[in-house]
Design a protein around this ligand. Sequence first.
Ligand code: NAD
Ligand code: TYD
Length: 352
Amino acid sequence: MILVTGGAGFIGANFVLDWLAGNEEPVVNLDKLTYAGNLDTLKSLADDARHVFVRGDIGDRELVSRLLAEHQPRAVINFAAESHVDRSIHGPDDFIQTNVVGTFNLLESVRAYWTGLPGGEKAAFRFLHVSTDEVYGTLAATDLPFAETHPYEPNSPYSASKAASDHLVRAWHHTYGLPVLTTNCSNNYGPYHFPEKLIPLVILNALAGKTLPVYGDGQQIRDWLYVKDHCAAIRRVLAAGKPGETYNVGGWNEKANLDVVNTICALLDELQPRADGQSYATQISFVADRPGHDRRYAIDARKLESELGWKPAETFESGIRKTVAWYLANQDWVQNVTSGAYREWLSTQYGV
Ligand code: NAD
Ligand code: TYD
């Protein structure tokens, strides 16, 4: 079986659902259930013996060591993190605690377990660390996309904490020989995305008749990847990646934020037009920019394609259409996650 951490969050839950849809190997899912973790996403697995959910912290060595001893996983896939840049600006503490100290403790628990495995199992074991392209910093308009060799130049408390975790993972391989794999992925979007991030926030605000907040001039560029393509990439790296290597995962989909927002508005105009016949784009509002806002991210994903044969299945156009349709069809999930804690965040960040 495999141990997944952070499997009640956006990408981790998509990963668990896709994993169990595609094979019989069980999953132990360790998640702290912070504001970003949501068991509702996993409710289709409630009676599925292949999914064992455990509420807990990756930094809790006693708990993690017990889970490893009990379930004897052949791999650990670490999704658990604080993941939202704006939250890291308001309060970096949790980011250091989970992303840096938590990853360190997790590595130590895993190292102790891995050291005690018999030869064949020890050689086959993998620790896969899920990271971000944000560790590479920002690109100018004419720069080449980030390759795996790009220097680490993180600019936000979030990206700095993820960079630190990547360095720890690297060192645990180099020093102790732990068979690690690291993936650095671009911005994900798709089903079950918590509506504090740009794409789900815009969909929900549009439908609720609220303003669509675009930071600064809206010309910041992100390289969007449909979440299920990311999950497929992780499965591929787990199966065939070389220990100690890092793999960049991207969608070859560079888009300016304003173009993303306009695309969502056009899709909503088509799929659920406003009663007054006006476009949702009239709700766009330019607001104060994010401090230290990275201008452009773009991933060079050629290594993953040439060495392991992965490439994304969705274009931005196909993926964003599926995503908007998913939010329109899954209003129950949305109602459940937009709790009091969510409204509190909107008031901290947007003053509404
Ligand atoms: P998310 O915020 O939606 O989910 C994170 C999950 O981790 C939540 O379920 C939360 O409860 C859990 N968690 C937080 N702290 C924990 C702790 N101390 N112990 C156990 N569980 C804990 O994040 P996401 O968007 O699903 O991202 C998953 C991973 O992918 C993160 O490591 C993130 O840095 C990385 N990543 C995300 C993106 C993206 O666009 N969302 C892109 C590249 C990489
Ligand atoms: P986000 O989804 O927070 O991801 P990240 O910061 O990890 O890239 O933001 C994506 C882009 O959208 C980023 O450039 C910030 C911008 N943005 C807005 O313009 N308005 C918003 O309300 C949010 C949440 C993000």
